[in-house]
Design a protein around this ligand. Structure first.
Ligand code: GUN
Length: 293
């Protein structure tokens, strides 16, 4: 069993990004600028945003956070999106999800200028992804593809089973893994809450991607000997340790890991790659790579 070291891979990529930002600054230019809109006090969202801010600082990307109270109106939030759409100093931005229930998240995401949509959630970027056209890839699926590429994991002709059909992870990663590309060229099965005989399907997976949002859901009997297991879950579990909690994934790591050829740890796996992918998308926005100016 080999652990896929998200920390090592992400640090290498961050070093490359830092070199590029230094070169821009040395030449007298302004570095890329990533902004984030954060509504309310959701603890997981606060953690994500803090990590993104730290990562930006580490590589020299400028970061701004626009914080709004949970009772902001939909109209006010749409105005905040318009403000960032029109701010020429900001190359890309994200609206942190989830949003409070009284706000229509789809409406907000659709208001983002696709050229600044570094999360890749706008229907134009999702549509371009589905068609195999250049687009901002959502950060978590992009991070998974990078991990597979950097580890040199063979995906062609393999059976990839994806657990979870969210717009953020399950749906886009299933499209990417079935693309005519490397990594990619897999035969993909997308499983969800209505899937029957789930264990019999996951047990056929050469590559199993768990993005189901339930801690420790994937048990050893659901996994084939020699499988590659990618754990997308990030759950904070209260415990009696000094910290008062620990972080765990969608996979029951201790029982599953011995069966795997490769597995990603949580923490230290996909989560770190997600952040790096967002930084890479910010650079693409800065360079006008997807939507030339
Ligand atoms: N909430 C959970 N993951 C994400 C993400 O990748 N982007 C945004 N904007 N919100 C999230």
């Amino acid at each position: 069993m080999k652990l896929i070291d998200g920390k090592k891979i992400s640090e290498e990529i961050k070093k490359e990004i830092a070199i590029k930002t230094s070169a821009i600054i040395d030449a007298g230019g302004d570095p890329p600028h990533l902004a984030a809109i954060l509504v309310g006090e959701d603890p997981a969202s606060q953690t994500y945003i803090a990590s993104k801010e730290r990562a930006c600082r580490a590589v020299g990307i400028t970061s701004s956070i626009y914080r709004y109270p949970a009772d902001i109106s939909e109209e006010q939030l749409l105005e905040a999106v318009d403000f960032l759409n029109n701010d020429e100093e900001i190359n890309g931005f994200i609206v942190q999800l989830p949003l409070p229930a009284h706000i229509d998240a789809d409406k907000v995401l659709q208001r983002i200028n696709p050229a600044k949509d570094v999360d890749g959630f706008h229907p134009i970027n999702m549509g371009r992804l589905a068609l195999g056209l250049p687009s901002y890839l959502p950060a978590t699926p992009a991070g998974i593809m990078l991990m597979l590429e950097k580890e040199g994991i063979e995906t062609e002709g393999k059976h990839c089973v994806v657990l979870g059909r969210s717009n953020i992870v399950g749906t886009p990663i299933s499209l990417l893994m079935s693309r005519k590309s490397n990594p990619g060229n897999s035969t993909v099965t997308l499983c969800h809450s209505k899937t029957r005989n789930l264990s019999s399907i996951t047990a056929q997976a050469d590559i199993l991607i768990a993005a189901i949002g339930q801690p420790g859901f994937v048990k050893a009997d659901m996994v084939k000997e020699g499988a590659v297991v990618i754990d997308v879950g990030i759950h904070r579990i209260d415990d009696s340790s000094e910290k008062g909690y620990h972080i765990t994934g969608d996979v029951d790591f201790n029982s599953v890991a011995p069966k795997c050829s490769y597995i990603t740890p949580v923490p230290g796996g996909v989560g770190l790659m997600t952040i790096v992918s967002l930084l890479l998308n910010t650079f693409k926005a800065y360079n006008g790579e997807i939507y030339p100016r």
